[in-house]
Ligand binder design. Sequence first.
Ligand code: SF4
Length: 241
Amino acid sequence: MNKGPGGLEIKGFIETSFLDWDGKIVSTLYVAGCNFRCPFCHNAGLIERPHEYETIPLERIENYLLAHKDFIDGICLTGGEPCLHKGRGLFEFMKRVKDKGFEIKLDSNGTDPECLKTALDQKLADYFAMDIKGPLDERYDGLSGVKTDLAGIKESVKTIRESGVPHEFRTTVLPTLLGEEEIAAIAGYLAGAEKFVLQQFAPDHAWDEKLRSVKPYEKPELERLARVARTHVPNVLIRGV
Ligand code: SF4
């Protein structure tokens, strides 16, 4: 088994990405497993059947970074949910990457505020990107696919918003469950955040097969939702259209 120290399982490694961190060139690392089951997720295999994917040796990743230090700015840790690996070598790996002079963007679904606080306290994250699946009420579970601890999500929002670390919150705009009222509710909750990103829903390969025939919003509709959100968070972007 090619596991890293403590069992950090990286299952996907995009050596060079221009898309995963605005303005940066990064290597993107996908960890195994997630505690959500978002119906629109594209990584079902990585979450339900991680054993079917090779575990990338951490040495290979670190060697690649060092060999391309001239143009790689850092890494994007995504998944899956990276914080599920906090007891399995996540922070140790992040520290080694930081010690080599690279920056780190940490993606998270926000279910583990303590994980984010540790990354913050140890100065391991240079950018946080946290998913906000829907309004922070009874509607959340339909978008996360599980019974969600909203107190934990709220604590993560507070931690990131007050961190002083560059960050974004992002919502995949699933037309069947998210419209103007929901986007306004999310943005209202995020008031004071640095950036709020509306991500286009991509039906192909959605975990819930019923969603594969759902038509994404047209760009003008997303732009209208962005204008609604901007009444609460001035910096709203649309991604994926
Ligand atoms: S939080 Fe992300 S990785 Fe996890 S199920 Fe949802 S979309 Fe997929």
